[in-house]
Design a protein around this ligand. Structure first.
Ligand code: FAD
Length: 380
């Protein structure tokens, strides 16, 4: 059969590869002039540093099959994500750990002492936290909340933490040991030659044709037996019910001779500093040597019509509109919506690949059983 996959990010690359492997003809189109979607990496022309063009990406997963899948197409170098934050004139280690607590309060506590101390700091008068602010105050108390969560969250989401749901901060965001590895997952690494090379490897199959700088139009539907759409769900319907809310990012590039900040990601917790973080890309490739350095200051703001949608907002208003679009999608034949934009969810790369593999398998089963494929294999 003849399929069109819209978007050359991980979602459609993986689905396309699975369908091509099953003997179908696959055309992948992307409006951008490169593959890999938001995970795109390229060498900075001035410094030759491998740069994460749409923001820093670290691969981490507990999913063995996904880890083996990505390792089929490129070499992964071991990489441990260690994040720092600048707040109140000092540099602290994130996520908040024993080092952060001892440094912040000027103490030398052992794990149990720190646990008891943080319990004293916590605002226990809040019995059933409803908002992000209440949740953070309940977990860590006012001082840590104000230094590490309040300003950053306000900048990231453009609203006060008291307007965000408690669910954003699910569990106690504190470690009572010196483990500063940002992620807990078993597998963590960085593709040696960047994410774009990895996606190119996935797409390298005789049954796959890639068309870049090409925008999908609904009039193309008739040319294919089925379409997978990883672009914005509301965009597919020309925003006819309104726009789903997103945050977008602006990156301010600058170069430096030497080592600018000594780590890949430095957050800025204070509201007075307009950017949320600075990424120094050469630290993502510690096996390479570069005298020059390229850094991105990252600013978060409301996504306008011409901007790149990054983070879905998914508050009450957006969820209501999402439900209407989901209904429209269900009434549309021959299209399956996938990925972070097609299902309006924040997805890490490993989850994206897991869902793509499951979607491809579910779809091939529909083909085999001669049943129509659903609009969503994963709930939006
Ligand atoms: C700032 C940031 C940092 C992140 N960091 C991490 C991280 O450290 N670790 C991690 O695991 N994940 C991270 N992620 C998540 C990661 O980016 C996603 O998991 C991944 O990009 C999802 O892939 P996708 O294919 O669904 O979407 P995308 O990569 O967005 O691909 C969608 C593609 O569709 C194309 N498209 C859209 N509409 C059309 C159209 N009408 N016609 C043609 N083409 C179209 C777009 O140009 C785009 O290339 C991060 C995300 C962000 C925003």
């Amino acid at each position: 059969m003849n399929f069109c996959l819209v978007g050359a990010g991980f979602s459609c690359a993986v689905i396309g590869r699975e369908l091509a492997g099953a003997g179908h003809r696959v055309t992948i189109i992307d409006v951008r002039d490169h593959v890999a979607g938001n995970c795109h990496t390229e060498r900075d022309t001035e410094t030759n540093v491998m740069t994460h063009v749409y923001g820093p990406h670290i691969f981490h997963t507990d999913d063995q099959e996904v880890w083996e899948y990505v390792n089929r197409f490129t070499t992964f170098k071991s990489y441990v994500n260690r994040v720092k934050t600048t707040s109140m004139g000092q540099v602290f280690s994130l996520p908040i750990n024993l080092h952060t607590i001892n440094q912040f309060f000027g103490k030398t506590m052992r794990p149990d002492e720190a646990r008891a101390f943080i319990e004293q700091q916590a605002d226990t008068s809040i019995e059933d936290p409803q908002t992000f602010e209440e949740q953070a105050m309940r977990f860590v108390g006012k001082e840590l909340y104000e230094a590490f969560f309040k300003g950053y969250t306000q900048k990231q989401w453009g609203c006060h933490p008291s307007e965000l749901p408690a669910s954003i901060l699910k569990r106690l965001p504190v470690r009572f040991n010196y483990n500063d590895n940002y992620f807990f997952h078993r597998f963590q690494g960085m593709p040696e030659h960047g994410y774009t090379k990895l996606v190119e490897g996935i797409l390298d199959h005789p049954n796959i044709t890639v068309k870049l700088s090409t925008r999908f139009e609904r009039s193309m539907l008739d040319e294919y037996d089925h379409v997978f759409f990883s672009g914005p769900l509301d965009g597919f319907f020309d925003y006819e019910l309104g726009r789903l809310g997103y945050r977008t990012l602006d990156f301010e590039r600058f170069t430096y001779q030497g080592d600018y900040q000594g780590c890949a990601v430095m957050n800025y917790g204070e509201e007075e500093v307009p950017y949320t973080r600075i990424t120094e890309h050469k630290h993502f490739s510690p096996w390479e040597e570069h005298d020059g350095s390229v850094c991105y200051r990252e600013y978060s703001r409301e996504c306008g019509e011409e901007d790149i949608p990054y983070y879905p907002i998914r508050l009450v208003k957006e969820k209501a509109l999402l439900a209407d679009y989901v209904e429209k999608a269900r009434q549309t034949d021959k299209v399956t919506f996938v990925g972070r934009l097609g299902t309006y969810r924040y997805l890490d790369m490993d989850v994206t690949i897991r869902e793509a593999l499951d979607t491809a398998r579910g779809f091939l089963k529909c083909v085999e059983e001669k049943k129509p494929a659903p609009a969503f294999f994963v709930e939006a």
